[in-house]
Design a protein around this ligand. Structure first.
Ligand code: GLU
Length: 299
């Protein structure tokens, strides 16, 4: 059976924009007979908090979403990520990088051919043995990067159309030992048989890197991608806590139920009128993947 997924990071309470993306991932899956898997992306140990895991899952269930099988947690899947790293090492594609963020910013400010803005400029890629020894001796821990060879990769997104960019040498494992998001997400989507990725449009720019990694790991063709429009606050910036009552708990404090919030989100996708309160299952029948508007919505 085809498989989609929703993959929240437990670094905060889900806000209406996150809940809207989750609702859309669920609707994409359910309206096409796919199952939806739930994956907790808790690889960033510094920012993930255990209490957000249960809280996020409870909020998703409260607006009527459900998922197939056990919730998968990235923090329990280090062996899979290590195996993927080893496979890349075997291909000679991994190298240590000692650059700090500030160093990368500075080096990236100089023109670097076709690399996109903010891309890694390749400082540590071709270090001599002596330079490498010197950096090792500094005791500063190294991140691990992949040698992507400035591959140009295009992806056709189901909502936003074609995106194409040059893939830089991105991080696979951070200098603090945490697995990098891109490695974990590509390994998990493959391991879980995910064929359809529905997520926020803010992640579109990482997609060519993920598609490249997917193929480089020998996983075959990457999943289909649908990046759904973000919800913006009144000031036009991406929705955040500072925009006011943006979580289910905030809305409950104002007397709104989870059903009210689901209806509001459904209305923002054009699936119901303002005064309706359709059940989640009712929305499945009304949803058409191709009818989704690609522009951001106000929260
Ligand atoms: N965990 C990521 C986030 O919450 C989403 C990753 C994905 O859907 O690929 O932003």
């Amino acid at each position: 059976m085809p498989t989609g997924r929703y993959a929240p990071s437990p670094t905060g309470t889900l806000h209406l924009g996150n809940l809207r993306t989750a609702l859309l991932a669920w609707l994409f899956a359910r309206s096409t007979g796919s199952r939806l898997r739930m994956r907790v992306e808790d690889v960033d140990t510094g920012r993930s908090r255990e209490h957000f895991v249960a809280e996020q899952l409870a909020d998703l269930a409260a607006i009527g979403l459900d998922w197939h099988g056990e919730v998968v947690r990235q923090s329990e899947r280090g062996e899979l990520y290590a195996a993927a790293l080893a496979a890349l090492e075997e291909q000679g594609l991994v190298y240590p990088c000692w650059c700090t963020r500030a160093e990368i910013r500075e080096a990236a400010a100089a023109p670097h051919g076709e690399l996109p803005e903010g891309a890694y400029p390749g400082t540590c890629r071709e270090l001599s043995a002596a330079q490498r020894r010197e950096r090792e001796a500094s005791g500063r821990p190294a991140a691990l990067r992949v040698r992507a060879g400035a591959a140009e990769v295009g992806v056709t997104d189901r909502v936003l159309g074609d995106v194409r960019s040059v893939v830089d040498d991105f991080v696979l494992r951070r200098s603090d030992g945490d697995w990098a998001y891109i490695l974990a997400v590509v390994v998990d989507d493959h391991e879980q048989g995910v064929e359809e990725v529905v997520r926020g449009a803010d992640l579109l720019e990482t997609t060519p890197r993920q598609a490249w990694l997917h193929r480089t790991l020998g996983y075959g063709e990457p999943p289909a991608y649908a990046h759904v429009p973000l919800m913006l606050g009144a000031d036009g910036a991406r929705l955040a806590k500072r925009h006011g009552a943006v979580t289910l708990a905030d809305r409950a404090a104002q007397g709104q139920s989870a059903d009210d919030v689901r209806a509001e989100l459904a209305a923002s996708v054009g699936l119901c009128r303002p005064n309706e309160r359709p059940a989640a299952a009712e929305l499945i029948a009304r949803f058409a993947v191709d009818g989704l508007d690609a522009s951001p919505v106000s929260g």
